[in-house]
Design a protein around this ligand. Structure first.
Ligand code: SF4
Ligand code: SF4
Length: 311
């Protein structure tokens, strides 16, 4: 009996030491930072979810590490649900409008936009949302990755949380730099996605720029987990204008364009409506049209905007 009691006390003691060590490692102060308190007060999520979201926000590289282990990936494929952690493909124009928002945007009715049962709110309380660029936690897992400073954290309290806890990996940026990052990633042929997560209080919190070589969300999608929702647009190629250069075929991240008689043809089953082919066509032969059968574009909930990516 004494042995059992001693064992239980030892386990409790070890658990407390471990929890305190993790706490000081993440917070680096005796009292929780103000952004930590704001994050935990944000919504009535269960405590375990808040702890998960907190760890995910402040150390996404560690949070996502297991997704690179082959045996863990196999388990994920069998058990992974896209319902709690998912993204939506957006065009570079839509991503640009989000970073340029000049009025609050509060939408909690986005069932058609992101067709998952939870995590589909957009709550940006301030005009001109706070913006930070953060090292991409997916690209950070690879030695020779694509450029890493590309993840745009959007809105509070997420921006302050990331900045206060990972000052070496994140920095505050303005609208112009955010637009430059989006344009550079578009030029590289990478798609833009807005991400929602249950542990992030069921909200939108980041615009990712995703490549097929590093992005773990894309890897998950290609393994068959429908984690990414269609943009709601589809490209239409004008065969009269197409000069058969194969630019769109080579750049499409979803391998959705093929050449047929020296003209490009889209496989709409594979196409996710990212619009990357449009910006890479040298003769403007491709237009994006609404594809109501594939979902509602993010544009439908955004106010009109002007400027570099606006109408
Ligand atoms: S064909 Fe579809 S998925 Fe491929 S680049 Fe064009 S819009 Fe994106
Ligand atoms: S990039 Fe434009 S011109 Fe080149 S194959 Fe595609 S549609 Fe045709």
């Amino acid at each position: 009996m004494r042995l059992i009691i001693a064992l239980a006390v030892g386990i409790c003691f070890a658990a407390i030491i471990l929890a305190l060590t993790i706490y000081f490692y993440l917070e680096r102060s005796w009292l929780p930072k103000e952004s930590t308190r704001q994050f935990f007060r944000l919504s009535p999520l269960p405590l375990a979810k808040k702890l998960e979201g907190y760890f995910y926000a402040v150390r996404p590289d560690l949070y996502l590490k297991p997704a690179t282990w082959p045996w863990f990936m196999k388990c994920l494929v069998r058990n992974e649900s896209p319902d709690y952690y998912h993204g939506k493909v957006v065009t570079v124009e839509e991503a640009g409008k989000i970073v340029k928002l000049n009025q609050p945007l509060i939408r909690t009715d986005l069932e058609k936009l992101v067709p998952y049962p939870v995590a589909r709110d957009i709550i940006l309380n301030n005009p001109l949302p706070s913006l930070a660029v953060m090292e991409c936690p997916c690209r950070a897992q690879k030695e020779n990755s694509c450029p890493r400073d590309v993840c745009l954290v959007v809105g509070e309290p997420f921006v302050t949380l990331v900045l206060e806890h990972s000052p070496q990996k994140a920095r505050k940026i303005g609208v112009d730099e955010a637009l430059q990052i989006l344009a550079a990633e578009e030029e590289r042929g990478h798609i833009h996605t807005v991400w929602f997560k249950d542990a992030m209080h069921n909200r939108f919190y980041t615009i990712c720029n995703c490549c097929t070589c590093c992005c773990l969300g894309m890897a998950s999608y290609f393994r068959g987990v429908p984690r990414i929702a269609h943009s709601g647009y589809r490209p239409l190629i004008d065969r009269e204008i197409c000069v058969g250069c194969s630019g769109c075929t080579n750049i499409c991240p979803f391998s959705a364009v093929e050449m047929d008689n020296k003209k490009a043809v889209v496989n709409y089953e594979r196409c996710m409506g990212c619009g990357v082919c449009v910006s890479h066509c040298p003769v403007d032969a491709i237009k994006l049209l609404a594809a109501p059968d594939r979902g509602v574009p993010l544009d439908s909930v955004l106010p009109p905007a002007g400027g570099q990516f606006g109408p």
